[in-house]
Design a protein around this ligand. Structure first.
Ligand code: HEM
Length: 465
């Protein structure tokens, strides 16, 4: 179901996209602060697929149509950089890493780092994931026996952090405590950056306020671990078959130079950020939806029993785990990264409307993934949408949980593999059931997480091989 591309009516003079006028000086700032997704949903319902409004003097365009998204993220992506409210404060912590850098510098880094994410490398990383999952879920057994609920969201964060740190450093970390410390540091750092995004006049990090001190401590903690591992690796040499080995070996095609330590630090911190909350949230929401949809869960179990026959999954099984993939894709449709931002470096025209240089562009996978012209019964959890037949006619940017164009998520294959192997390993062994009346509410920050965790009971299905 593709909708008609909305375009501006013909006429003389600049053609401005429609949208709310907002208040004097502040524009729509308070509406956005109160409920960003609520506000964006409301204005797109009222004004259509491209909406113009102002926020504290800045012009913003919300774009919601697959053709407009393709234009900004792919066709004319060079005109759209990350000098925006949301991304700029992240530079404090992630420097010139892939997520926050721009232009030629970003292009060079992306070229250098791409080989580390080659399919074969990722598959090698996948082999260790199943054992990590088994080790973790072994600790659930006493809960299962006593019928005691677990916070499954916290468990998924722990699992994903383990996979992220092992993929990056293999054996470089000093035990579970250091893995947990990295999660804590990243939490503090990300919350601080988002706070700075909404309070641009907040005192700079060197002023010793309580918030700044917590941020600086988290930064020193994280940097201490990263630099220690970097130095150990430089000293010991060799290929540890992890992402760090690949990053250390990467050489610029033209100059033959490797990355300096500060750049490696920024890239490692960025990959930890990319790998830590995204996959765990996807898995948490998948458990939530499976527990609400027993017939979908039963189909998943049928597939696992048929393909695996009780043995643990391997990377080679992944192509046969089709329904598992569909469940995970549908989960990312309903619970994606809520929004992305860009800034128009030069003037442009989107859907026939003029966009001035300096305008901010808001892109919301959350809204597009629920667009009623693109998705039938958009609120319903229905993995069947992702059969090859039903996916075939869908516009590329109707579904874009990993972004798109040159800045497509570099970790998408690792994330997909991790999610499939984790879901398969756990669902083969346990059914997870929501504790009745436990409040469930999406909390939308950089990703969408369950605000109050997910209290679930663990019912054994069978003992695994
Ligand atoms: C379900 C899991 C994941 C989701 C939904 C996700 C989503 C995204 C999205 C939407 C973007 C584009 C941001 C933009 O255009 O502004 C992105 C970029 C990125 N992601 Fe992921 N991601 C996931 C997992 C990962 C993992 C596991 C890693 C690292 C191992 C990672 C590393 C990155 C990096 C470095 C970028 C920046 C790429 C660039 O601009 O060149 N992500 N991700």
């Amino acid at each position: 179901m593709a909708s008609v591309t909305p375009t501006a009516p013909a006429g003389a003079g600049p053609r401005l996209a429609p949208g709310p006028r907002g208040r004097f000086l502040v524009g729509s700032l308070f509406d956005l602060r109160r409920d960003l997704i609520g506000f964006l949903s409301g204005v797109s319902r009222e004004y259509g697929d491209i909406v113009r409004f102002t926020v504290a003097g800045f012009t913003v365009h919300l774009i919601n149509h697959p053709d407009h998204l393709r234009h900004v993220l792919q066709v004319n992506s060079r005109n759209y950089d990350k000098q925006s409210f949301e991304y700029k404060p992240l530079k404090l912590a992630f420097g010139e890493g892939l997520f926050t850098s721009d232009g030629d510098f970003w292009r060079r880094q992306r070229r250098l780092m791409q080989p580390a994410f080659h399919r074969q490398r990722i598959q090698q990383l996948g082999e260790g994931i199943v054992q990590d999952v088994v080790d973790r879920v072994d600790t659930w057994q006493p809960h299962a026996e006593r019928g005691e609920p677990l916070d499954v969201a916290a468990e998924m964060v722990n699992l994903s952090m383990n996979v992220a740190t092992k993929s990056l450093f293999s054996t470089g970390l000093r035990g579970d405590d250091e893995v947990a410390a990295i999660s804590r540091y990243l939490d503090t750092i990300v919350n601080y950056c988002l706070y700075r995004a909404t309070v641009p006049l907040a005192p700079p990090p060197r002023v010793p306020t309580r918030r700044n001190r917590a941020f600086n401590e988290a930064m020193s903690g994280l940097n201490g671990i990263i630099y220690r591992i970097l130095h150990e690796r430089r000293r010991d040499g060799g290929d540890s078959h992890d992402l760090l080995s690949m990053l250390l070996a990467a050489r610029d095609e033209e100059t033959g130079e490797g990355m300096p330590d500060k750049q490696l630090r920024d890239e490692i911190a960025t990959l930890l950020l990319g790998g830590y909350e995204t996959t765990s949230n996807q898995l948490s929401w998948a458990w939530y939806e499976l527990s609400r949809n027993p017939e979908i869960e039963a189909r998943l179990h049928d597939e696992l029993d048929r393909v695996l026959g009780g043995r643990l999954p391997t990377v080679a099984d992944v192509p046969q785990l089709e329904y598992t993939r569909m469940v995970l894709e549908e989960t990312l449709r309903l619970y994606p990264v809520p929004w992305l931002e860009r800034r128009a470096a030069g003037p442009d025209r989107i859907g026939g409307y003029d966009v001035k240089a300096g305008s901010l562009i808001y892109i919301s996978p959350y809204l597009t993934h629920r667009h009623p012209d693109l998705w039938e019964e958009p609120e319903r959890f229905d993995p069947e949408r992702f059969t090859p037949e039903r996916s075939a006619g869908r516009p590329r940017f109707a579904y874009f949980p990993f972004g798109g164009g040159p800045r497509l998520c570099i970790g998408n294959r690792l994330a997909e593999l991790e999610a499939q192997l984790t879901l398969a390993t756990i669902a083969q062994r346990y059914r997870l059931r929501m504790v009745p009346d436990h409040p469930v509410e999406p909390k939308m920050m950089i990703t969408t997480s369950p605000r109050y965790g997910l209290k679930m009971t663990v019912e054994p299905r069978r003992s695994t091989a």
